[in-house]
Design a binder for this molecule. Structure first.
Ligand code: CP3
Length: 352
């Protein structure tokens, strides 16, 4: 780790940002979703020193360290801020806890009255430790490494807020959206406002690019996808760009299928992160002419490793070689993944 620069000129030399600016490359930039996390022994060591997961997110010194761990090990082209999408509901006034082995828990919001308890006014104050982490990571990253800030997209965050945690079938959040669309829209609107503020503050602290995670976009029919996925993303991109016109943004409407094309057309993002099910040739033909493509190795390939991993990585590299492309997974690194498999993947992608 040497340089400390973050000027626009230096930024333009980062391979990750070049891809988002529309440039193709023989050696595509790479990073992995959930590259910081439980598959790394050095992450588990730090995680063991805090009582809860959110404490890690809200302690800048520790969050900085775990953000940098995968960069030191693998030299990825981008670091992603270590935090979580659920810090936003926590800051809106709906307390979030992470129960060991069970995932996130929230007291669910399912009525107009409960929706009114939320406020986007406190984002900057309550999430100050996150912005401090961004600043501290930025000062420690090599010049050629980009720093990605992120947020959950309104639909996905609302899924956790209304369900009160993870879900299989999204019964409660769909019931709320379909039975009382006006109050549900209030929840989406407060998330749009809070997310714009949250992302702007990350840019102001030193993030070079932003990613919007819409993990559960794929469970919606097309009309609801337009209302709760595409339209909020369009508003967030426009709201962030009103303050920071040049900030590159990636959208990840996971499971969107052919909806990826409309999302890319209508939201104003510079690129999309595609999930494992997206057809490679379709994406190269339909998406790459309009923006950068990021993806989409099956995380399970990385877990298994070996020749199958190499072959799967090669297919992706070949399919996207003619346009702007960022090598990544189609979803996050699985926690049982051997770190040596990640090493092998980096060599495969870099060695070409
Ligand atoms: O390396 C990175 O990608 C940066 C950090 C990051 C985390 N979560 C850390 C984390 C990012 C970008 C996220 C995003 C996130 N969080 C998403 C969207 C992307 C996706 O994976 O679909 C979602 C849906 C969440 C919500 C969330 N956070 C859940 C459901 C859980 C519990 C499930 C689990 O894996 O245990 C988390 C916890 C979480 N977020 C962990 C990490 C490293 C594990 C918690 C721990 O260490 O105890």
């Amino acid at each position: 780790m040497n340089g400390k620069g973050n000027s626009a000129v230096r930024g333009a030399e980062k391979p990750f940002l070049k891809a988002l600016a529309g440039e193709a490359s023989d050696r595509p930039p790479m990073w992995l979703m959930r590259q910081a996390g439980r598959y790394l022994p050095e992450y588990r060591a730090i995680r063991a020193t805090v009582s809860g997961f959110l404490e890690l997110c809200y302690t800048p010194e520790l969050a900085t360290e775990v953000t940098l761990q995968p960069i030191r090990r693998y030299g990825f082209d981008a670091a992603i801020l270590f935090s979580d999408i659920l810090v936003v509901p926590d800051a809106l006034g709906q307390e979030v806890t992470f129960v060991e082995g069970e995932g996130p828990k929230l007291a669910p919001i399912r009525s107009a009255a409960e929706a009114r308890t939320l406020s986007a006014d406190w984002i900057r104050q309550r999430l100050a430790p996150v912005f401090e982490t961004v600043e501290s990571v930025r000062s420690k990253l090599p010049d050629e490494t980009a720093l990605i800030g992120f947020a959950g997209a309104p639909w996905t965050v609302a899924c956790y807020m209304v369900e009160g945690g993870g879900s299989r079938d999204f019964t409660e959040v769909k019931r709320f959206a379909y039975q009382d669309p006006k109050s549900f829209q209030d929840v989406i609107d407060v998330l749009v406002d809070g997310t714009i503020d949250y992302l702007c503050a990350q840019v102001e602290a030193g993030a070079d690019a932003l990613q919007l995670f819409d993990t559960w976009a794929g469970v919606l029919p097309d009309d609801a996808f337009a209302a709760y996925v595409t339209e909020p993303a369009r508003k967030i991109v426009a709201g962030v760009r009103a303050k920071h016109p040049d900030i590159p943004m990636i959208g990840f409407p996971r499971g969107a299928g052919v909806g990826y094309a409309r999302y890319l057309d209508q939201t104003g993002v510079n690129g999309v992160s595609i999930d494992v099910a997206v057809d490679l040739d379709w994406a190269a033909k339909t998406l790459q002419p309009k923006g950068a493509v990021q993806g989409n190795l099956d995380p399970q390939r990385l877990l298994v490793g070996g020749d199958g991993l190499n072959a799967a990585a090669d297919r992706i590299l070949t399919a996207f070689s003619d346009g702007p492309f960022i090598f990544n997974l189609g979803h996050g690194v699985i926690k049982e993944t051997p770190p040596e498999h990640v090493e092998a993947l980096v060599e495969r992608v870099r060695g070409r």
